[in-house]
Design a protein around this ligand. Sequence first.
Ligand code: OFO
Length: 166
Amino acid sequence: MLTKKVEEFCNRQIEREGYSSNLYLAMAAWAESKGMAGMSEWLYVQADEERMHMLKFIKYVTERGGSAVVPAFKQPPVKYKGIKEMFKEVMKHEQFITGSINEVLAVAISEKDYATTSWIQWFVNEQVEEEKSVQLIIDKLELAGEAGLYFLDRDIMSLRNTAAQA
Ligand code: OFO
């Protein structure tokens, strides 16, 4: 059985994972409207993953005899300054989520809830992976920003391939 405090922090996390899903959906729709098919696809997939994270928490709270609360979500922003700025926002948000997961872990430890301490480890590892993949995209965008080197490099490669086939 979850203690009230652990239940409260898990429910807080349900809201945060659900909001993350909606935030990435909103970003995906914006990126798609700007013709960025690859970036928007990445964000749509990420939105699905965040929904899955929310479900994991809902099921866990229920399995441990608690009451899972599905809340109303605040509306995420509709517009973004630019693609790089948007991915910097994604990183800021993921860092916030990492802190939030760590707080659930800290509460579980202080409440001597060792089952939750062990269960939440999956999320601790997941956040390391997520921050890493967002940083990779930011790095590529920085490179593309510097005189469009990244895209120029790709274009030149495909020009070479076309020439070789002719
Ligand atoms: Fe990327 O946030 Fe879920 O855990």
